[in-house]
Design a protein around this ligand. Structure first.
Ligand code: ADP
Ligand code: MG
Length: 572
């Protein structure tokens, strides 16, 4: 339909609020428009974190000459016209607000040629008003260039993060859109360098290869919807999930799309993880791309101006569909996890309570994870550590020791993390970090987000002993690592370190590196320790400044006092 200004009673039903928060919001709106216009190739160029320039070039249907002026008016849209239309939105855009909002905070030029026209039109807009309009030869499609974002809004500029952070948001966005639209070729050029390119072949597995690397893409399991007849009213779940042996330390590798709109939803994340119930170690999360298709009237996107939230009419049904899709796929296709795969990366102090088998469907109840039980009377351990005598190891995870006042049960992984964390931190402060050179440089392939974090943290990483060199596109060569990582899987340690930094949980980033290094090099739960090793670890723990907690803040030990023992045995 042609672009028209919405009637006031329709416009008033549009969720109000700010559309342009940061450069990535501009890119998002322009991508929505390009995809709504049926583009099959979209090039995104950004300079200076998107503040200096954002350009999106698409080969979509273009805008007819008689409608170009209207496109920059508020509430002017070709996608909806009545209040009923708002109840079943099938396009990404519908608000008619993006172009005017962008033009209000930047300088915009647009070149567009509608497929029925022989030539195109050039438009120059400043402070929201059209300054220049001319004929211009160009291919079918639309190019929008946004310059000097927020120049007249210094308060806004101040709130933006570093160029690398803004680039990270843009990279993440383009990557997610490429997962939602495998048939569209996306190219992202950041400050003259191509940082991302999707094949546009229509194969989601191929896009996964570009986004997460070939090995990961190969292991991903296509979602199996069994032989349930397609019911057009039911949510239809497609995509890929990782087998339980392929996990990440953060939740940042789960993507959800509803009718191809990228959404962030705790409910969907929870539903997916429920599908993995009993199959993953604590602190590990799956990789997944989940597409949910449903009739547009079954959901409402008119909730938030960024259009990244949706409300479902039948939320429980959606939850169940996602959980079931993941579960069925895993049960049907995943190889049985062995002890080896479950023992992989740490962060889980409670391996002993993890089930080591895939339950039969319907047998879920049997594997409900027991929270680590602590005797009710257990008191917090006092500040400093007494000298402890090692009694032995249980569950290959806990070291049992005796102190002057009862039993101290030590979590070997958490304790070792504390020891290593302080050692690494002190070495860095003294600028005497032990370094391990690689015999041969180890190539590591990073995601766009990890790449930005790496560049942002280059100095701190070098301080810790990393020598990392850019090799091309998103490949880096690691020439040396901190000695604590000796013998560890370097690509995995580095990427998980970057992911951890990306979560931004820690107050100081430099410290975050030490936390992550400690976590990666500490002995694992489930590892058999000799008597000497246990004694050695306990001695080292005694010498740390905060022996009671691991660097993540979890306890390293539980104390059962002599009094509690006596009471428990009825001696008192
Ligand atoms: P909305 O997308 O909500 O309709 P916008 O302000 O983003 O509002 O865009 C206004 C209108 O301009 C759209 O409805 C569409 O008709 C037209 N338009 C914007 N960008 C493009 C594009 N890249 N290709 C074709 N038409 C476009
Ligand atoms: Mg739009």
């Amino acid at each position: 339909m042609p672009i028209k200004i919405l009637a006031p009673e329709v416009a008033s039903k549009i969720a109000a609020g700010e559309v342009v928060e940061r450069p990535a919001s501009v890119v998002k709106e322009l991508l929505d428009n390009a995809l709504d216009a049926g583009a099959t190739q979209i090039a995104i160029e950004v300079q200076g974190g998107g503040v200096r320039l954002i350009r999106v070039v698409d080969n979509g249907i273009g805008i007819p000459p008689e409608e170009v002026d209207l496109a920059f008016e508020r509430f002017a849209t070709s996608k909806v016209s009545t209040a009923e239309d708002l109840e079943s939105i099938s396009s990404l855009g519908f608000r008619g607000e993006a172009l005017p909002s962008i033009a209000a905070v930047s300088e915009v030029t647009m070149v567009t040629r509608s497929q029925d026209e022989l030539g195109g039109i050039f438009l120059n807009i400043k402070d929201g008003a059209i300054m220049q309009k001319a004929k211009r030869g160009c291919p079918t499609g639309t190019t929008i260039t946004v310059r000097s974002l927020f120049r007249s809004f210094p308060a806004r500029l101040k709130f933006l993060k570093s160029t690398a952070t803004e680039n990270g948001h843009i990279g993440q966005l383009v990557t997610q859109y490429s997962l939602a639209y495998p048939e569209v070729r996306f190219i992202l050029v950041v400050d003259g360098r191509t940082t991302f390119r999707s094949p546009g072949s229509g194969s989601l597995r191929e896009v996964l290869g570009v986004v997460y690397g070939a090995d990961t893409a190969k292991s991903m399991l296509p979602i199996d919807h069994g032989d349930e007849r397609e019911d057009s009213l039911r949510p239809m779940v497609t995509g890929f999930v990782s087998p339980p042996s392929l996990t990440r330390a953060t939740r940042g590798y789960m993507s959800f799309f509803v009718n191809r709109r990228w959404v962030q939803s705790r409910m969907l994340t929870y539903a997916l993880e429920e599908g993995y119930h009993g199959l993953l170690m604590t602190g590990r999360h799956p990789i997944a791309v989940i597409n949910i298709g449903m009739p547009p009237q079954e959901m409402d996107v008119n909730v938030h101006p960024a259009k990244s939230e949706v409300k479902f009419r039948h939320e429980r049904e959606v939850f169940g569909a996602v959980q079931k899709a993941a579960r069925n796929t895993l049960l049907a296709q995943a190889p049985m996890p062995t002890l080896g795969t479950l023992q992989r990366p740490p962060t889980a102090p409670a391996l002993a309570t993890e089930p080591l088998f895939i339950p039969e469907p319907g047998a879920e109840e049997a594997v409900v994870r027991q929270p680590p039980t602590m005797p009710e009377t257990t008191e917090p351990v006092a500040r400093s550590l007494p000298i402890l005598r090692v009694v032995g190891q249980i569950a290959n995870t806990y070291i049992i020791t005796e102190g002057p006042d009862g039993i101290y049960m030590i979590d070997q992984h958490a304790a070792h993390e504390r020891v290593l964390f302080e050692r690494i931190r002190d070495q860095r402060q003294r600028k005497s970090v032990e370094i391990q050179g690689m015999l041969q440089p180890v190539p590591v392939e990073l995601t766009v987000r990890q790449q930005e974090l790496l560049e942002l943290q280059a100095e701190a990483l070098a301080d810790y002993g990393f020598d990392i060199e850019h090799f091309g596109e998103r490949t880096y060569l690691v020439r040396s690592v901190p000695a604590v990582l000796q013998g560890r899987n370097v690509p995995q340690s580095l990427t998980e370190l970057l992911d951890f930094l990306g979560e931004g949980a820690q107050s100081e980033w430099g410290e975050g590196i030490a936390v992550s290094l400690a976590c990666h090099s500490a002995v694992l739960a489930g590892q058999v320790l000799s008597q000497e090793e246990m004694i050695d670890l306990v001695r080292q723990l005694e010498n740390t400044s905060q022996p009671k907690t691991c660097p993540h803040g979890r306890p390293t030990m539980i104390h059962l006092s002599a009094a509690q023992l006596e009471k428990g045995f009825g001696r008192r």
